[in-house]
Design a protein around this ligand. Structure first.
Ligand code: ASP
Ligand code: MG
Length: 433
């Protein structure tokens, strides 16, 4: 059995949706589960809608909702000439529900509101793709992921309730894909979404569809997971930033975890662990050249890859904290500092300390000032915004020179396999606090 995952780029328009059908046609002689995310950049679009609706900026919310609707209707009109097809009614109903949510009087917390609204990107994409596949004669069942991906209510980053999920997947999904009839009947479902014990929708964190594919593969003991992408496989750097990037043919699970941890936007960081636990290979392939081999990620003692791998994170802030009472950086201070970070949900990308100062590199965030104010109570705070965090795995001096170029290194950390550099552009007034 295989689990396929198609991300936004692979279903960004009518032509791509038809391409998904072509890929599936070649793969129906084996039991299959297909996980689909929202189309194109629709999750971003829904996030903007959530922001506006939550803040009761109804004019902006209405305009944004219209943009989202137009986007889906355009694709729908291209895929279905017959406007009396049931899918038009279904999509209309989904948009009625969306409009209902955006105008709710009581919106609860932002995170729970987000999880109520943003899953509609996936609900729309799977409804449209499923209808298109049905029209082309593909035997399958569209299953609502919220009925078998069970999570806690940590909205926007929900934790999977594994036992319940495994039971549900085996009760509800497995029977739909077993049997001897070929080509096999497959199951199509949404990535990224689940539901909590009260039946509220939840999401697994951005790019969570990869994780959904891994959860399903784990629960079903699948033979492999294939993630279909707009690149030939995992590249050693983001091709948009680094045109000379090359494909990595093979990678161990641990290397893939490390890469994801450092921020390589290749796969959702939680994806690998469930696969590694059951030794299920993960293959990352191009949906454009779907017969090419892609990147094969599996268990391996040896490190497969020796080419340097570059990971860039932009919009970074480097913060240095010095205790106001002039004490050294010690366990007590760190306990206090980490408490503030946890409370403000700030993730640390890199940290380093000296006797009297503790430095961290974090992603820039909207309510940054609030966070800094909390820190300023006990610490003198200096920070620089607009920096880059560059991580190089399998680095050598040349690879460092290549990326640093004319940039100024503000902080550097090396281990045997990895170097991390916080850099500023030469012209930045980077010493300002
Ligand atoms: N649609 C969601 C997102 O863009 C989940 C995913 O694509 O994996 O984050
Ligand atoms: Mg997506």
């Amino acid at each position: 059995m295989k689990v396929f995952k198609f991300g936004g780029a692979s279903i960004k328009d009518a032509v791509s949706v038809k391409n998904v059908a072509n890929i599936l046609r070649d793969n129906l002689y084996e039991p299959l589960v297909v996980v689909i995310s929202a189309m194109d950049k629709m999750t971003n679009a829904f996030e903007l809608l959530a922001d506006n609706a939550f803040a009761n900026r109804m004019k902006e919310a209405d305009e944004q909702l219209k943009r989202i609707k137009d986007f889906h209707l355009n694709i729908l009109n291209e895929l279905f000439q017959d406007t009396s097809h049931a899918i038009f009614k279904k999509v209309d109903l989904l948009f009625e529900e969306i409009a209902g949510i955006t105008t709710l009087k009581e919106k609860g917390s932002f995170d729970s509101f987000y999880d109520l609204l943003v899953p509609y990107g996936e609900l729309l994409s799977t409804s449209i793709t499923s209808a298109c596949l049905k029209k082309s004669g593909f035997e399958h069942t569209l299953a609502d992921a919220r009925t078998f991906i069970h999570t806690d209510n940590n909205y926007r980053n929900a934790g999977v309730k594994w036992e319940d999920t495994i039971t549900s997947v085996n009760q509800k999904i497995l029977p739909l894909i077993s049997g001897n009839n070929q080509p096999y009947h497959f199951v199509l479902s949404q990535g990224f979404i689940g539901s909590d014990p009260d039946g509220h929708s939840t999401t697994l964190g951005r790019e969570g569809s990869d994780y959904t594919a891994a959860i399903l593969a784990f629960a079903l003991n699948a033979d492999e997971v294939v993630i279909w992408k707009d690149v030939p496989g995992l590249m050693n750097a983001d091709p948009k930033i680094f045109p000379e990037s090359v494909k990595i043919d093979k990678l161990s699970y641990s290397d893939a975890i490390e890469l994801a941890y450092y921020g390589a936007k290749i796969i959702h960081p939680k994806t690998i662990k469930p696969l590694q636990n059951k030794d299920i290979p993960l293959i990352v392939k191009s949906f454009e050249n779907h017969t090419d081999t892609g990147t094969y990620i599996s268990e391996s003692e040896e490190r497969y890859e020796t080419v340097p791998q570059y990971i860039f994170k932009f919009n970074q802030i480097l913060i240095s904290l010095t205790p106001r009472d002039f004490s050294f950086i010690n366990e007590e201070n760190l306990f206090d500092i980490f408490g503030i970070f946890t409370k403000h949900r700030v993730h640390i990308n890199l940290m380093q300390n000296s006797a009297i100062s503790f430095s961290v590199c974090i992603d820039d965030k909207a309510d940054f000032e609030l966070f800094i104010t909390a820190l300023q109570k006990n610490y003198m705070v200096k920070y620089n915004r607009g920096l880059e965090l560059i991580t190089i795995r399998n680095y050598n001096e040349l690879s460092i020179e290549n990326v640093v170029n004319k940039r100024v290194i503000l902080l550097e950390q090396r281990s045997r396999a990895t170097v991390q550099l916080v850099t500023a552009s030469e012209n930045d007034n980077y010493l300002q606090g």
